[in-house]
Each structure stands twice: as structure tokens, then as C-alpha cells.
Ligand binder design. Structure first.
Ligand code: BMA
Length: 342
């Protein structure tokens, strides 16, 4: 039994898993799946690459929303099923989004999906065109019908992730307001809603810039995991180099009742590009997490991350050593620790 408890989460005895290799010399207690990548190039007719994608437990197996980069260069969202969370059957058709009346309402493009169950409904979030890049959302209860919700934000915004439950009676959504293109800045913000339609009470959560690996911009990765220490958030951070941005990922722990306050923030990355599938691809040197699976009984966590905008990969960690590592290397700035209103 782990010391740190994973809360409000179903047991997942079939979580995809591999033990940490005995000869692993990495500093952080996070290790890659030895058979990465789990999805290679050209996985479907008309889809050249699958990467930054979200998976979740579903009906005894697993379900996923994939970012499928089509052969016309446009990213769209595809649905997949898996018995083990590693080997996936991907539907050849794009996810058929509709409006409330059931009429087709497809985004012009859709990328970096996240998938979160809140109460009895599954919510998908992604980045899409809303007269500029911003967030799209849809809900489903059966993974057959996907009903679009009002777009929560005006442009420009990316990397929206819902919390798996309401906090203080309100739904909570992390996002990363920015500008057009590959922005030279970006902090994580929290927005709140009574109904998943109107979003407000915006709070600054944390800034980029405090450490070199995340000095340019940061963005939420997977849905926050509720633990006895607070909300565990995996997030990506970009640094700027002579040959472009490098995307690594790290973790922070947010206050359980005031999630705009950062309690601990790991100053070290957990994973930075070093394997061939992370360093070499459509966009080299990108590790971009969008989902986790977790088992409260064992404290195991499996992380799905996009690699080099080309492949889907997995990594593993355990809650106790991970939280110990985050705390041992925590560096929280004044703007992280405050509630986020000025
Ligand atoms: C970000 C997003 C991600 C992508 C990353 C690296 O801005 O567009 O989808 O993985 O850049 O290209």
C-alpha cells in the first residue's frame, strides 16, 4: 500500500505496467516502456502519425482519443480501443462530432486531445480553430455520439485539461492562454464553471521561466490526479535552443481545495528527449504527455506521451517515489504559491 493515497479513482489491476529496470540511472523515478513507441508511423489509411493522445479505462479495457495527423497535414481526432492499454485498434473514421441537435459539427482541425470522466459523463478537450487556435470541447456517454459544447475560451488558448471532479462546487479547467503560432510565452491558468458552459473566476496557476527546461512556456499535460498530498499534475515545458524548442515534462502538486495554489513544483524534468523516437521525427525533441492511468491499490501510474510529433509512447512511475522526488526538488515561486488574482 502506498504512503501517498490516490483518491476518488477506480482500482485498475490491469494497468499497463513494467517495473523500473534495475540498471536505470535516471535521476527521476520515471522510466520508459521498453517497447516504445506503442504506435508507429502510418497506422491507418490517411493518417501519417499518431502522437499527443489521451487514454482512459473503459468497460474493463481501455479507450483512447488519438491525435491523428492526416496525410493532408490536418490533425483530427480518432477513437481507439484496447484490451491492455498498449496495443490499440483505431477506428478508421474520424470522431463524428455533432451539435446538440445531432447535426455534424466537425472542427476544421483538432489536436492534442484530453479525455476526462466527470460524474457520469466523458469530456473531450482539444485545440481547434475558433477564428484562431483555442479550445474545443465535447461530451459523450457511449463513445458513439460526441456532442460539442460551447467553446470555453476565445483565442488564443491551448492545452485545456479538466479536473475529474468539481472543486468548491465548480468544474475546474486548466488551460494555457497564449498568442498565435508557436508562442514565445505561456503560463498555466485555472478557470471555473458551474455548468461547463460559462467559464470564469480565472486564476493564474504557475509561470514558465523558473527553470531552464521549462523557460519558454508550459502547458498542462494529463488530467490532475487527486492524491492525499494534493492534485498531481504532469505538465510539459519548452526550452529554446539553437535548433528550436525542446519539450520535456515535469510535475507539480496543486492545493486540493484551491488548485490555483502550487504546493510543490519539481525543479527537474521527469523525462526529456533522449530516445530515438523522441529525438527524431516530424518535430525533433518533443515529449508531450496528455494522459495517465493510475491504480490506487498499488500506486502505479502509466503516462501516455507524444514523441517527436510522430509517435505515441508510454512511461511509468509510482506515486510514493514520485511525490518524494517532487518534494525533494521542489522550487515554488511567489507567483506559483499565491491564489492567482492581481
Ligand atoms: C505545441 C503543440 C503540440 C506539439 C508541440 C511540438 O505547440 O502544437 O501539439 O507537440 O508544439 O511541436
Amino acid at each position: 500500500m502506498s504512503k501517498v493515497k490516490i483518491l476518488n479513482c477506480q482500482s485498475l489491476p490491469n494497468i499497463p505496467w513494467q517495473d523500473r529496470p534495475a540498471n536505470d540511472t535516471h535521476d527521476a523515478p520515471v522510466w520508459r516502456y521498453s517497447e516504445n513507441p506503442i504506435i508507429g508511423r502510418n497506422p491507418l489509411p490517411g493518417v501519417a502519425r499518431v502522437f499527443n493522445s489521451a487514454a482512459a479505462p473503459y468497460e474493463g479495457g481501455f479507450i483512447a482519443l488519438f491525435r491523428g495527423e492526416r496525410t493532408n497535414g490536418i490533425p483530427m481526432i480518432y477513437l481507439g480501443h484496447s484490451a491492455d492499454g498498449i496495443h490499440w485498434d483505431i477506428d478508421p473514421e474520424m470522431v463524428p462530432f455533432t451539435d446538440e441537435a445531432g447535426k455534424p459539427l466537425m472542427p476544421r482541425y483538432a489536436y492534442d486531445p484530453r479525455l476526462v470522466k466527470v460524474e457520469d459523463t466523458w469530456y473531450a478537450m482539444w485545440c481547434q480553430d475558433n477564428y484562431g487556435a483555442s479550445i474545443g470541447m465535447a461530451k459523450t456517454t457511449d463513445f458513439k455520439t460526441f456532442t460539442r459544447l460551447e467553446n470555453p475560451f476565445i483565442p488564443f488558448n491551448r492545452n485545456a485539461v479538466l479536473f475529474p471532479r468539481r472543486v468548491n462546487g465548480r468544474y475546474q479547467l486548466l488551460s494555457r492562454p497564449s498568442d498565435s503560432g508557436h508562442t514565445p510565452f505561456g503560463d498555466i491558468w485555472l478557470s471555473q464553471s458551474p455548468d461547463m458552459k460559462f467559464w470564469g473566476m480565472h486564476r493564474h496557476v504557475m509561470s514558465s521561466g523558473s527553470k531552464w527546461w521549462e523557460s519558454v512556456k508550459i502547458g498542462s499535460g494529463a488530467a490532475p490526479i487527486e492524491t492525499s498530498e494534493g492534485w498531481l499534475l504532469f505538465y510539459h515545458g519548452a526550452s529554446s535552443t539553437c535548433s528550436g524548442f525542446v519539450y520535456s515534462f515535469g510535475a507539480a502538486i496543486l492545493d486540493i481545495d484551491e488548485p490555483s495554489r502550487v504546493k510543490y513544483r519539481c525543479e527537474n524534468f521527469l523525462i526529456t528527449p533522449e530516445e530515438w523516437y523522441e529525438e527524431k521525427g516530424f518535430v525533433p525533441s518533443v515529449c508531450f504527455p496528455c494522459a495517465t492511468l493510475q491504480d490506487p491499490d498499488t500506486g502505479r501510474i502509466a503516462i501516455y506521451y507524444g514523441a517527436a510529433d510522430t509517435y505515441l509512447a508510454m512511461a511509468f512511475t509510482e506515486i510514493d517515489p514520485l511525490v518524494d522526488y517532487i518534494k525533494a526538488h521542489s522550487d515554488v515561486t511567489e507567483s506559483d504559491a499565491e491564489i492567482g488574482i492581481r
